[in-house]
Ligand binder design. Structure first.
Ligand code: ADP
Ligand code: MG
Ligand code: MG
Ligand code: MG
Ligand code: MG
Ligand code: MG
Length: 644
C-alpha cells in the first residue's frame, strides 16, 4: 500500500493553510535524503513493471460487460493469499524472481495494480521471467474473482460513464466528491485518500474538471455533434452549471470527473541506476522517448460510449486532475495565486535534469515556472542548479490531500511531505529518490505507456524499455532534443493512427561523439521529423540514415552471450515492436476501433453500445488467453509467437 498513509483527510480549505508547511518540510526531507545518498555509488540495476487491470463482471443474459466494484474484497483476498504464500516462500527459501507478485489498490474501485513480488535484476533469466510473472499475476487475480469476472488490461473502458448500467452493482451517477454527471462516487476507491483527492481538486480548481475529447466523425455521426446524453439541465450541485457555461464543447466527448482519467490503466517501468548521475542521465535520455512509446502503445479509442478521434489516454488523465484555478490557467489576472502555470500536474516533463557532456542549454527551451524560495532552500544546501530547478518547479504545486495526523513529521526520517508533492506531479518521467533508511538507490520511472491487452505485449514493451536503458548506457546514446519538441511529439502521439500517419521530431545522430555537440551546429539541425518506422526500425540511404531503436538493441544483444531460447523470446518481443512501428501490425486502439466499426450492431454514428462493448471485452479476454491471435486478432497479433 506504500504511500497511502491512513488518517483523517482535511478538506481543501484546511489543506490550503498547510500548503507552505508541506512544501518546506517536503524539501527539508528531500535534503536529508540528498545529503545521505547523493554520493552513494554502485547500486545494481534492479527494475520492475506495474500492470493495471480493470475487473469486468459479465452479465451474460443482458449481454453487458460491467465494471466490478468488488475491489476491496478482491484485494483483501489477494493479500491473505500473499501473506500465506510469503510464509511458505520464507520457509523454503524461494528465489526472489519466483516470489508471489504483489497487488495494490488503484483509483477506480474496479481496478487492480500488480507488480512482481521482488524487483528483477539485469540477468537474462529475469527478462525471460517477466512475461511468466505477468501471466502469474493474472492467474492469481482470476483465482480470487467470481466466475463471471475477468481482469482485462484495457487502457480506457469504452463505456465508462455511458448511459445505463456500466458498473456492478449499479449506482446512479451522482455523488458529493466528484459531482459528476456521469460517474457515481461509488466508482472511486473508498479509501479516504481517493474521494478527498477528487473533491479537493474540484474545490481548488473552482469547478469540475472539464475534459473534451474530439469525437470520431463517422458516416452517420451528426454534425455538429451536440451530445444528447449530457444532462445539461440537472440542478443538484452548483457545478452542474459548468457544462452550460461552456465546459462541454460541441463535436467533443465531454467528461467531468477525475475517474475518467485516473480510471485508465497504464504500463509503468521503474529502474534503479548505479548512482544519482546515471539516474539523471537516464531520466533525460528517456524523456524524448515518452511520446514515441505513447503513440506506439496507443490503446484508448473510445470514451463514455463514443468512438473518439484520438487514440491515447494521456490528455484525458491530464485534464482529469487539472486542479489549476482560473488565475493559474491564465484566464484571470493573478490575485490570490502565485503563478500562471501552463500545464496540469499530470503532464509531460518540463525540464531536463542531467548536465553531462552531451547536454546543451538550448534543450531546456520552455519557460520553467519555479518557486524561488524552494529554489533558494535547495541551492543554499548545495544542490546544483539543474536539480534545484526541477524541484523548484514540481513544488509550485499545492498538496491536495493532507492527513491531520501527519502534519508534523520527523523530517530526518520521513519523506511523507516530499512524496505528497512529488507523487502528485504525475509526469511522463519520474525521478525517484531513495526512500529514507531503505538502502534502495536512485530510480527513474518511465510512465507514458498505455497498457496492452496481452501479457506478451506488456512484457515486450517493458523489456524493450529496460534493454534500451542498457543500450543508452553502453553505447552512450544521445536522444536529446529541445523539450518543446518533445511536447509537440506528445500532442501528435494522441492523433488517430499517429503511428502510421504522423511524423515525430527525433535526433539525427544518436551517438554522443564529441563533435556531435560542438556549439557550431545549430540545435535545429540536430533533429528532423521521422516516421515511427524510421525511429524504431531505422532508415538506410539518401543521406538520412538512422540506425533505429530495434536494430540498436539487437546489436547490443549480439554482443552478449545469451542462450538460444532467451534470444528467440527477445526476438519475438522485438518483432512485435518492429511490426507495430512499420504498420504491419496495428495498435490496440486501431484494432479496437476496427472491431467496433465492424460489429454488426454498429450504426456508424460513433456510438459504442453495451452490446458492442460486451462482444469487444469478450474478444479481449480471448486474446488475453492466447486465443484468436491469428483470427479476429490477426491485425494486432497475427503471426507472433504467442503460444510460446
Ligand atoms: P509507484 O506506484 O510509486 O510507481 P510501485 O511500488 O507500484 O511504485 O512500483 C514500483 C516498481 O519498482 C515495481 O515494479 C517494483 O518491482 C520496482 N522496484 C522495487 N524496488 C526497486 C528498486 N530498488 N529498484 C528498481 N525498481 C524497484
Ligand atoms: Mg504502483
Ligand atoms: Mg457480479
Ligand atoms: Mg498505478
Ligand atoms: Mg508507478
Ligand atoms: Mg502509484
Amino acid at each position: 500500500m506504500g504511500l497511502l498513509s491512513l488518517g483523517t483527510p482535511l478538506p481543501w480549505k484546511e489543506v490550503e493553510k498547510y500548503a507552505s508547511h508541506v512544501r518546506e518540510h517536503g524539501i527539508t526531507q528531500f535534503l536529508h535524503i540528498w545529503n545521505n545518498t547523493k554520493d552513494k555509488k554502485g547500486n545494481i540495476l534492479l527494475w520492475g513493471d506495474e500492470v493495471e487491470y480493470m475487473v469486468v463482471s459479465y452479465d451474460d443474459e443482458k449481454k453487458n460487460a460491467l465494471l466490478s466494484l468488488r475491489q476491496a474484497q478482491i484485494l483483501h483476498d489477494l493479500e491473505e493469499n500473499e501473506i500465506k504464500q510469503r510464509k511458505i516462500e520464507d520457509a523454503e527459501g524461494v528465489e526472489p524472481n519466483q516470489r508471489i507478485p504483489t497487488f495494490h489498490p488503484e483509483y477506480g474501485r474496479y481496478m487492480l495494480e500488480a507488480t512482481p513480488g521482488y524487483p528483477y535484476t539485469a540477468s537474462f533469466d529475469d527478462l525471460l521471467n517477466v512475461e511468466r510473472n505477468m501471466e502469474r499475476r493474472r492467474t492469481i487475480a482470476i483465482a480470487n474473482l467470481l466466475p463471471n469476472e475477468f481482469p482485462v488490461t484495457l487502457a480506457s473502458y469504452p463505456r465508462l460513464g455511458a448511459p445505463g448500467q456500466f458498473t456492478d452493482p449499479y449506482y446512479p451517477p451522482t455523488g458529493p466528491a466528484s459531482r459528476s454527471f456521469f460517474l457515481p462516487d461509488e466508482l472511486i476507491n473508498p479509501h479516504a485518500r481517493f474521494p478527498t483527492l477528487t473533491a479537493n481538486i474540484r474545490e481548488r480548481r473552482g469547478s469540475k474538471v472539464a475534459i473534451n475529447v474530439p469525437i470520431f466523425k463517422d458516416e452517420k455521426t451528426p454534425s455538429p455533434f451536440i451530445d444528447p446524453t449530457i444532462p445539461v439541465d440537472r440542478d443538484l450541485y452548483p457545478e452542474d452549471a459548468n457544462a452550460k457555461d461552456g465546459a462541454a464543447l460541441a463535436d467533443h466527448i465531454y467528461m467531468d470527473s477525475m475517474g475518467f482519467g485516473m480510471g485508465c490503466c497504464c504500463l509503468q517501468i521503474t529502474f534503479q541506476a548505479t548512482d544519482i548521475d546515471e539516474a539523471r542521465r537516464l531520466y533525460d535520455q528517456l524523456a524524448p522517448l515518452s511520446p514515441i512509446f505513447l503513440a506506439l502503445t496507443a490503446a484508448s479509442p473510445a470514451w463514455r460510449g463514443y468512438l473518439s478521434d484520438q487514440d491515447c489516454r494521456w490528455n484525458v488523465i491530464a485534464g482529469s486532475v487539472d486542479d489549476r484555478t482560473e488565475e493559474e490557467r491564465g484566464l484571470k489576472p493573478l490575485q490570490k495565486n502565485r503563478f500562471v502555470i501552463p500545464k496540469s500536474r499530470y503532464d509531460s516533463i518540463d525540464c531536463y535534469i542531467s548536465r553531462g557532456a552531451e547536454y546543451r542549454e538550448e534543450y531546456n527551451d520552455i519557460e520553467l515556472v519555479k518557486d524561488d524560495e524552494i529554489k533558494k532552500m535547495l541551492t543554499d544546501a548545495g544542490v546544483d542548479d539543474a536539480l534545484a530547478n526541477h524541484y523548484a518547479h514540481l513544488f509550485i504545486r499545492d498538496p491536495i490531500v493532507v492527513f491531520s495526523e501527519l502534519v508534523n513529521q520527523d523530517d530526518a526520517n520521513s519523506s511523507d511531505h516530499f512524496e505528497n508533492i512529488q507523487s502528485t506531479n504525475w509526469q511522463t518521467m519520474r525521478f525517484k529518490p531513495p526512500p529514507p533508511g531503505s538502502g534502495i538507490g536512485w530510480r527513474v520511472e518511465f510512465r507514458s505507456m498505455e497498457i496492452q491487452i496481452t501479457d506478451f505485449e506488456n512484457a515486450a514493451f517493458a523489456i524493450f524499455i529496460v534493454l534500451l536503458t542498457r543500450v543508452i548506457l553502453s553505447y552512450k546514446l544521445n536522444f536529446y532534443l529541445p523539450i518543446s519538441k518533445v511536447d509537440e511529439n506528445m500532442k501528435v502521439a494522441h492523433y488517430r493512427d499517429a503511428v502510421l500517419n504522423e511524423k515525430f521530431y527525433f535526433r539525427k545522430d544518436v551517438f554522443a561523439r564529441e563533435e556531435s555537440h560542438s556549439e557550431e551546429v545549430p540545435v535545429e539541425e540536430e533533429y528532423r521529423l521521422m516516421t515511427m518506422s524510421e525511429i524504431i526500425n531505422g532508415k538506410k540511404g539518401d543521406g538520412e540514415e538512422f540506425p533505429g531503436l530495434v536494430p540498436l538493441v539487437q546489436s547490443y544483444l549480439d554482443r552478449m552471450s545469451i542462450d538460444v531460447d532467451t534470444r528467440c523470446r527477445l526476438n519475438a518481443y522485438m518483432e512485435l515492436i518492429s511490426k507495430r512501428a512499420s504498420g504491419e501490425l496495428c495498435t490496440a486502439a486501431s484494432w479496437m476501433r476496427g472491431f467496433i466499426r465492424g460489429h454488426e450492431a454498429y450504426k456508424f454514428d460513433s456510438v459504442v453500445s453495451a452490446e458492442i462493448n460486451y462482444d469487444l471485452v469478450k474478444m479481449v479476454e480471448k486474446l488475453t488467453k492466447g486465443e484468436e491471435w491469428d483470427g479476429v486478432g490477426a491485425s494486432l497479433l497475427g503471426g507472433l509467437a504467442g503460444g510460446r
